[in-house]
Design a protein. Sequence first.
Length: 149
Amino acid sequence: MDKKGIYLILGIVVTVLFVLLRENVYYGLLYQGGGFSEDLVNCGVIMPITLVMVAMAWGGAAIYYYVINSVKFDRWYHWLAVLAVVAVVTPVICYCINNAIFNSYDVEHGAEMINLELSNILIEAILFTVASFSMRWWSSNCRHTPIPQ
């Protein structure tokens, strides 16, 4: 197996581990007092948020490497701009999903939801980077971004 395949498999493994360990990530690492973490689990919020984050990370990377895929857009700061857009838009979408689910259960966690989405910016940036290094090798123009081979 060549280097490209290894990077793709590693990226998929990391993403699958994130999905499988989503409750440990949100409950263990980002624990919030006052019942917020329990409400995340009990109301079923974690899985939709996790799926949106994975879809946005891999989708954003695919758009950059295969749709945009331009010589004029192949610098590290262009990649960073796409990362910034994905890292900002994803928590907004996740907040809307989170808020809708909590409203259906008549649960109120305003400040905690904002803190969760702020931490999701970092998680989304990591997922986007993993997706980028997994799929960039097949891009015809942007495969050297963000770090040359």
